[in-house]
Design a protein around this ligand. Sequence first.
Ligand SMILES: Cc1cc2nc3c(=O)[nH]c(=O)nc-3n(C[C@H](O)[C@H](O)[C@H](O)COP(=O)(O)O)c2cc1C
Length: 168
Amino acid sequence: MDFFELIKSRHSVRSFDSRPVGEALIEKILDAARLAPSAKNTQPWRFFVALDKGAKEKVVKTMAAHNQWAMDAGAIIVVLADMDYGHKKETKNYLIDIGLCLENLLLAAEDVGLGACPCTNFQNELLDKELGLPSNLNSIVVVAVGHKKGEPEIHEKKSVQEVVWPPQ
Ligand SMILES: Cc1cc2nc3c(=O)[nH]c(=O)nc-3n(C[C@H](O)[C@H](O)[C@H](O)COP(=O)(O)O)c2cc1C
């Protein structure tokens, strides 16, 4: 798909049908995610992938009540940050890195015909515990990925004129 078409056709998807998401598609999505730029090329992202009901439950039970629809997603990807990278500990660069990786992931999901929604409304420390993460890894964002059911809601975006400063 044309790059701008892809960007325009991506919307957060919160309604999924029951088809599972194959491991080959997950691999493709993670391949795009891992190619994101990062400060000093530290690539701090790590991914926990939940495909079966038990693993998905572990994640979804830490999510807010309004995010429980995530259980219907064929896959849940938790993007983790590896905090063991000296020079960046005092900066917020790792959050920018994870954000860039997240956008690659979301666009790749759209490109392979899946829908996705990033969620940060979950209990990070509880999820870290549920997943048995070592102390250097922190959960940053939970991404529900699956086969779209129906049409996603379209959220209006500000125009270029509205976001350029100073106003023209
Ligand atoms: C950092 C971040 C956190 C988000 N957390 C949630 C969430 O917890 N639950 C949810 O339903 N959507 C969540 N979203 C999705 C946003 O609501 C959505 O991206 C926004 O409304 C714009 O819609 P669009 O993605 O369709 O363009 C999150 C998005 C981002 C970028």
